[in-house]
Ligand binder design. Structure first.
Ligand SMILES: [Zn+2]
Length: 108
């Protein structure tokens, strides 16, 4: 079971084909995307859809160095702390940011 952060990142991966296996099994991908959407709160999902329309494949980004890779702003300390547990919205560009440790440690 993925948490909300993982579901957002996974949904974005699936929609933009960053998962090499996804394109090979289109039906499974549709089903998985539907599952991801069902596990994300409607407000977050709506925000994701707006970001996707605006930024496409850079709507969701890794902020590993404490910087938003979308607009290059340095994140405030509290957001860097927040990244360890959940997703963060960039104050300047609004993109969804995540730290890979918070997302991928639970995939294993
Ligand atoms: Zn930004």
């Amino acid at each position: 079971m993925l948490n909300e952060l993982q579901n957002v990142v996974r949904l974005h991966e699936l929609e933009f084909g960053q998962d090499a296996n996804a394109s090979l099994i289109p039906n499974r991908t549709e089903a998985e995307m539907a599952r991801c959407r069902a596990e994300v709160r409607p407000a977050i999902l709506a925000r994701y859809e707006r970001l996707k329309a605006r930024y496409s494949q850079t709507a969701v980004l890794e902020a590993e160095q404490g910087i938003c890779p979308g607009c290059r702003i340095a994140l405030p300390r509290y957001q860097i702390e927040q990244l360890k547990r959940s997703l963060v919205f960039c104050d300047r560009c609004g993109r969804i940011l995540y730290h890979p440790d918070a997302v991928y440690r639970m995939y294993a």
